[in-house]
Design a protein around this ligand. Structure first.
Ligand SMILES: [Zn+2]
Length: 329
């Protein structure tokens, strides 16, 4: 059942059984796109793991990655030794290979959310699923890896965003991420209501948003480049210590400024295909906004990440970041 779960979810089919067993554990399908795995034997190093994908519906590499891992569990080439909640975020958007249907799901993970609609309802369901999962495993350290791909190329093909929250990131996490092939880390400077932020802010989980290469349709993803990431997921789900590599093999950045679209008449002053982390010198104009005015780089050079002029008004059109010191390890 595990290896077919993703296809069934996409096809809108309900499996005959919501519960079942595989060699090293059992599964429970809570609702479409929310699957909980429980090990027969919990390893002493286990975390309560949340692995989520398709919070943006056109980001298919993470879905293929989780599919490969679920196949390995079913084939018993990987054993389960930790409880795992597996989430497919935006199923309607995934079916039509769009980022979202009505609004960006990955800004709605806030307990004060009052918006109505399909994506807000899904955010509420996912928050509740995470809450009950972590409550059930309250004695274990909590972990949430939210897996994405970026809209554009990047000077660092694979990187993580560390959400802003009170909880600090364990030094070992950086070593695991480096060994998993991550090339850069971006520290958020303020609350941003993403799914990984939700687990970190409300549950003190070790949590990141992963950007695992560039958006591509199913079957066109470079899965070989994600082998080390598959190893990280497999070892964590086995409840054993993942491989490590020195954290300073990654580049570290922190957010200096969020560029918010304020006007209907809004343009970014660089090519649409600009790679993430491209650097701009002082005096460069980055955006024209008929309400906010031009955004000019001041004395510190800025690197642009996640630029997107087509966001809703009031939403983030780019993160402007600067290099920061590597985290002590
Ligand atoms: Zn995404």
């Amino acid at each position: 059942m595990l290896s077919e779960w993703l296809d069934w979810t996409l096809d809108g089919e309900r499996p005959a059984q919501r519960i079942g067993r595989f060699a090293s554990g059992s599964y429970l399908l809570h609702s479409p796109g929310i699957l909980e795995l429980t090990p027969n034997t919990q390893h002493s190093g286990a975390h309560a793991c949340v692995f989520s994908a398709a919070i943006h519906g056109n980001e298919t590499a993470p879905v293929e990655l989780l599919g490969a891992w679920l196949c390995a569990l079913e084939a018993n080439t990987v054993q389960l030794g930790a409880p795992v909640l597996v989430i497919l975020g935006n199923i309607p958007a995934l079916k039509v290979q769009q980022r979202y249907i009505t609004t960006n799901l990955n800004r709605l993970f806030n307990r004060e959310l009052t918006e109505l609609g399909e994506e807000p309802d899904r955010a509420r369901a996912l928050m509740e699923a995470v809450d009950t999962f972590y409550a059930r495993h309250h004695t274990l350290p909590k972990l949430h890896y939210d897996l994405h791909t970026a809209i554009r190329d990047s000077l660092y093909a694979r990187f993580v965003v560390e959400p802003f929250a009170e909880t600090s990131t364990d030094a070992t996490q950086w070593q695991w991420l480096a060994a998993a092939g991550m090339q850069a880390v971006l520290h958020q400077h303020q609350h941003s209501w993403t799914f990984s932020h939700y687990s970190k802010h409300y549950h003190s989980a070790q949590a990141f948003t992963f950007e695992l290469g560039r958006v591509a349709p199913f079957g066109n993803n470079d899965m070989a480049a994600l082998e080390p990431m598959l190893t990280l997921i497999s070892t964590l789900s086995a409840g054993i210590e993942p491989p490590t590599k020195p954290a300073d093999s990654m580049a570290f950045f922190r957010v200096k400024h969020e560029l918010i679209r304020q006007a209907e008449a809004f343009t970014l002053c660089f090519a649409d295909d600009l790679p993430n982390f491209s650097r701009f010198e002082p005096g460069t104009c980055l955006a024209n906004d008929s309400v906010a005015g031009d955004f000019i780089v001041e004395e510190t050079p800025l690197h642009v990440v996640f630029p997107n002029a087509n966001v809703e008004i009031g939403a983030r059109a780019a993160l402007l970041v600067v290099p920061s010191k590597p985290i002590a390890t």
